[in-house]
Design a protein around this ligand. Structure first.
Ligand SMILES: [Zn+2]
Length: 749
């Protein structure tokens, strides 16, 4: 149900980061090449005859061949080492001056002032370190997920690992940490809120990596962190390892004939078919196969494998909790939520339990509707209770009735070219931006003409951004939808030119073509707008530091603006620009839109229950509540949570948690998705309904949210937009949103 959309950059990497060089570091910066040219210069280059030489793949100057990655990484490391030398020199001078004493007359006073200034410059220097590394490692991350050429992918992987190791050494660099502490910037009220917040998050990031611990504790922390990474990786690998996925053997003819040919064609052997019970195949069969016995077998096989994940999950949870304990947190969930909007796991729990009780009655009605349908299907035969393998099949039957819109008819209103054209006009109104399709500089694209490039500007300002679109599937490409940061935008110090943001939106749309037009389904449009929302967060954030630019903020807040953007896919005003028929230019009819909205609300309560179950399990597993070393306790907890919060029956002997990969990726923060749904609903209904877009635009999105990136406390941003006391608080200071607006919108309250 949930789509994987937002890809967040490694915290450990973004924890160290840039700005233009200060007077004190200009000498060292001159010794190493800048990785990005200022925007103006790039524009001129675009027109020069030497385009290819001066541009680069993904817009990274100097990246033309796989071997260039190695050189770019070495350059970045050299540059960072120069900055570190500068920081150490400042520390040494301070020690020498301290030894001389202070009563040495005017010359020493001036020197002290310079020393203090240099000492206070530490946040800019750390930001520059981070930016220098991110400039290469972000491109390596995107390249290894998208480049069609294996040689590039391998070179990107090597560079990624090399820089990641280098970052580990930076995260453990006591000189850098001590310089930050000595500068004492967090409490310095003469500094901007942004600078103090950057100083605070940098310190916290160092400490969350254990820099303040004893050598013995550091060693243990490192071992647990490595174990957690290893077991998490193992869990994900098992999910795609054919040897770990159970297979269902079908021998009866009527069973084989009951499943679509494309599923069994590869596994047919004589009179039998072997069907792998991987996630996608299982769900396709559970939805579309009329043969109940086949569905049962698939459900049981899919929900009891990969068997290897019992141990991998148990080990992962144990390592995470052990690491959190060394850092002084009661559990991994406490460790994670401490730096988020939610603050404590308890606030999240209160929120999820409350939401669960509020949707329960309607979910029960929805479930009864399925029971009624089940009876009709039995048609006088033996009446059976709904089992786990019936639910998706019954829901699909309801959704395929006449009063639900036809997916292909709807897609005709969303040609990709039409949507892109409409976005310029529409987001001009909403965000005051201009969006133009730009031509690619030779050498910039990683997949020829499959890549499109948009340039976004805010007229009257120097804010500008580049968005690459890589929207259709191909072999070896990252299989979900995500927003990748290529380069963070930020203002540069001392009036230097702005560093232009650059991002890539990577999706896998099914590419339905009619008369050479590429048409998106409505769900694809919604996904595209969600990712575009992340892109706008990156482009329009106006921070001094890159460390907290754009989407580099708390995970349970970063998803909020992108969820607001999803609403445009359902809004009549927005669809006036974004939803026009590819042939006739006619706007999507109101009746069709109404049907779409109706279909969104079908089973909304049961869908929410499922999300609550996922979020609660993810949270509880990381809360040190059960003995995670015993895999059967984990299964017991999963089944208890499901029985308590969902009407979908928990089937004895099955363990769906073995295939729930989000436990690895989110690590107790899966609830972020529901937080974002609630907050975006409230923002939407307060700021965007009643034709406000038409009348006055909605500058609040740009000026009160996107502009700050992650540089403000998310609770302040939310309360600034929605008013004081919008957020609720649990007894221990946990923070959670109000779910009323979401429930009202879905007709659940
Ligand atoms: Zn997202």
């Amino acid at each position: 149900m949930n789509r994987y959309r937002h890809r967040r950059f490694l915290r450990s990497l973004s924890s160290i980061s840039t700005s233009t060089s200060s007077p004190s570091s200009s000498s060292s910066s001159s010794s190493s090449s800048r990785l990005y040219r200022p925007q103006q210069e790039q524009t001129q280059l675009k027109r020069s005859a030497n385009d290819q030489k001066k541009s680069g793949l993904y817009g990274l100057v100097g990246l033309q061949a796989p071997r260039d990655f190695e050189r770019l990484a070495v350059d970045a490391i050299d540059r960072v080492n120069d900055i570190i030398s500068d920081i150490k020199r400042t520390q040494n001078e301070k020690v020498v001056q301290g030894c001389r004493g202070n009563a040495k007359g005017d010359v020493t006073v001036i020197k002290d002032k310079i020393g203090t200034w240099r000492e206070k410059n530490i946040v800019h220097q750390l930001d520059e370190i981070s930016d220098t590394i991110c400039a290469v490692v972000d491109v390596a991350e995107l390249c290894r997920n998208t480049h069609p050429d294996r040689e590039f992918v391998q070179a990107a992987e090597r560079t990624y690992l090399k820089l990641q190791n280098f970052v580990q050494t930076l995260n453990g660099n006591v000189h850098l940490y001590q310089s930050l502490i000595d500068a004492n910037l967090e409490e310095d009220e003469s500094r901007t809120e942004e600078l103090r917040r950057v100083a605070q998050t940098l310190r916290q990031d160092f400490e969350r990596g254990g820099i303040h611990l004893s050598d013995e504790e550091k060693k243990r922390l490192e071992a647990h962190s490595d174990d957690a990474l290893r077991h998490g990786f193992q869990f994900q690998q098992n999910l795609i390892d054919p040897l770990q996925i159970r297979q269902v053997e079908l021998k009866k003819r009527e069973e084989i004939e009951a499943i679509p040919t494309w599923i069994y064609s590869g596994g047919k052997k004589g009179n039998r078919a072997l069907i792998p019970a991987d996630h996608n195949t299982m769900n396709s069969i559970l939805r579309s196969c009329d043969n109940r016995e086949v569905r049962r077998q698939m459900y049981e096989a899919g929900n009891s494998s990969p068997e290897g994940n019992r141990l991998a999950l148990s080990n992962l949870l144990k390592s995470r909790n052990d690491a959190a304990e060394i850092l002084g947190f009661p559990s991994h969930a406490d460790f994670m939520t401490a730096s988020m909007l939610s603050k404590t796991p308890n606030g999240v729990k209160v929120f999820l339990n409350d939401l669960s009780s509020r949707v329960r009655d309607i979910a029960e009605c929805e479930f009864k509707m399925l029971e009624k349908l089940q009876k009709q299907i039995a048609n006088g035969g033996r009446e059976e209770k709904i089992r786990g393998w019936d639910v998706l099949h019954l829901m699909r039957q309801v959704r395929s009735k006449d009063d639900y819109p036809d997916i292909n008819t709807v897609a005709q209103y969303f040609s990709l070219d039409g949507v892109l054209k409409g976005m310029n006009e529409f987001f001009g109104k909403v965000l005051g931006v201009e969006i133009k399709v730009d031509s690619l500089i030779p050498g910039e694209s990683w997949c020829g003409e499959a890549i499109k490039k948009l340039r976004v500007i805010v007229p009257g300002t120097d804010i500008e951004g580049i968005i690459y679109l890589d929207l259709f599937p191909r072999q070896g490409k990252f299989p979900h939808a995500a927003h990748f940061v290529i380069r963070c935008g930020h203002r540069q110090k001392n009036g230097g030119s702005r560093q232009t943001a650059s991002v890539a939106l990577v999706c896998n749309f099914a590419a339905k073509s009619f008369s050479r037009e590429t048409l998106l389904t409505h769900q694809e449009l919604e996904t595209f707008l969600h990712e575009f929302g992340h892109a706008m967060h990156s482009v329009l954030s106006d921070t001094e530091f890159q460390h907290l630019s754009g989407t580099r903020g708390a995970m349970d807040y970063v998803e909020v603006p992108s969820h607001v953007f999803e609403y445009f896919a359902w809004d009549e005003n927005a669809l006036h620009f974004l939803g026009r028929h590819y042939r006739t230019g006619e706007v999507i009819p109101t009746a069709l839109l109404r049907k779409l909205k109706q279909s969104k609300r079908a089973f909304a309560a049961m869908d929410l229950q499922q999300q609550i179950v996922y979020a609660l399990l993810d949270l509880e597993l990381h809360s040190n509540r059960i003995n995670v070393e015993n895999p059967s306790e984990i299964s017991k907890l999963a089944s208890e949570i499901q029985s308590e919060h969902s009407f979908i029956p928990s089937e004895p002997g099955t363990s769906w948690e073995l295939r729930f990969g989000h436990t690895v990726g989110y690590g107790s923060s899966y609830y972020s998705y529901l937080y974002a749904k609630c907050l975006s609903a409230e923002i939407w209904h307060k700021e965007f309904t009643n034709d406000q877009i038409e009348r006055e635009g909605c500058s609040i999105l740009r000026d009160e949210m996107l502009k700050y990136g992650g540089s403000r406390d998310p609770a302040h941003i939310v309360e600034n937009v929605l008013g004081p006391n919008t957020l609720q608080e649990s007894f221990d200071g946990g923070v959670y949103p109000n779910s009323s607006h979401l429930l009202k919108e879905l007709h659940l309250a």
